[in-house]
Design a protein around this ligand. Sequence first.
Ligand SMILES: Cc1cc2nc3c(=O)[nH]c(=O)nc-3n(C[C@H](O)[C@H](O)[C@H](O)COP(=O)(O)OP(=O)(O)OC[C@H]3O[C@@H](n4cnc5c(N)ncnc54)[C@H](O)[C@@H]3O)c2cc1C
Length: 349
Amino acid sequence: MPYVDYIIVGGGISGSVLSYTLMKHGASIHLFDVPDENMSSKVAVGLWNPIIMKRMKKVWMADEMMEVLHEVYPDIEAWTQKPFFEPLPLRRVFRNPGEQNTWMELSDQQSFAPFLQDSIEPTPSGIIAEYGSGLTKGTGRLRVNTMMASVREKLGETYSFTEEYFNWEVVEPHSEGVQYKDLKAHAIISCEGTHLALGKSQLRQQGFSPVKGELLTVQLNRDLGKECIHQGHFMLGEKGQKASIGATYAWEGFEDGPTPKAKDELIQHMDKVWSEDYKVINHYAGTRPATKDRRPIIGPHPLKENVWVFNGMGSRAVLMAPYLAQNLAEHLLYGVPLIKECDPARFKS
Ligand SMILES: Cc1cc2nc3c(=O)[nH]c(=O)nc-3n(C[C@H](O)[C@H](O)[C@H](O)COP(=O)(O)OP(=O)(O)OC[C@H]3O[C@@H](n4cnc5c(N)ncnc54)[C@H](O)[C@@H]3O)c2cc1C
């Protein structure tokens, strides 16, 4: 009977990055994944940014996460021989002179200097803005669907990927850990993302507070180029004179798909910030697997033996997954402590 060290359930951003990371450290894995209508990774535009643009604060553990991210995605590109890692400065448009001042002050501070360019830039034509803009450093965009497909394809070459809905009900204990059908493993790691967050998995985990998000694709009259412009919402230049506009935040209607309400919100935004004609050509919805305390859920499942959870990436999986996967892999293989704030058992009661 075949044996692997870890069965990974779910091949979104989390499961793809964790699969690679475990293998890089010498562990054998088998990935089970099925496309899910409500999965988050499929609709994510894939931006990574260590700064919360609205409040100009740094994301939790931003420095550590940025360092690992810049190693891991290029490594996965080299492993799969597919390009999907695209560094890109993000542009924050200022609404008043106070925002300009804050930007310049922060760009001078040691902890922000690696991530903010210390200049005020003119805003590209078409954007309605009076006070110029600032550009980030070290940020960018991951072509998420290309990354996930490349990892699946690469794992398929060694029969380490199965497109199958993983049925937790047929998992049995085994002297070496667990058994799933004819596959034995040391343990199973659930990377079921939105599926687990919405309570649709046979596995149960407390602590999620899912957040729905919607996006539009618009046709412009010209190419926006390599630009991602933040003004409350973002406007990201795409090929073929298109742009992605998003994203919205909602705490209900997870099963409803794209809604007129979110479309109106994004159209109103476009009308406020974009002076030229455009046409909406697509509308997407997804649900972020966010948590009640805004920290991921990573560690041993509180109730199931030999089952681990790697989830709760909220709106920042691209930034967080590489660092958190490294922490989990180093814990499983070398006993490095897990990050305490992510313990799944904190939501037990
Ligand atoms: C509109 C929108 C825009 C976003 N933009 C960004 C962004 O720019 N940058 C960013 O970092 N994040 C962004 N996010 C958030 C990001 O999408 C999520 O944090 C991330 O996708 C979560 O990935 P995941 O792998 O944990 O979960 P998921 O994407 O939900 O993936 C889970 C996978 O597991 C599979 N699965 C589940 N259960 C089983 C089972 N039993 N058997 C087999 N397979 C199973 C599912 O089918 C799916 O393929 C955005 C989200 C939304 C909604």
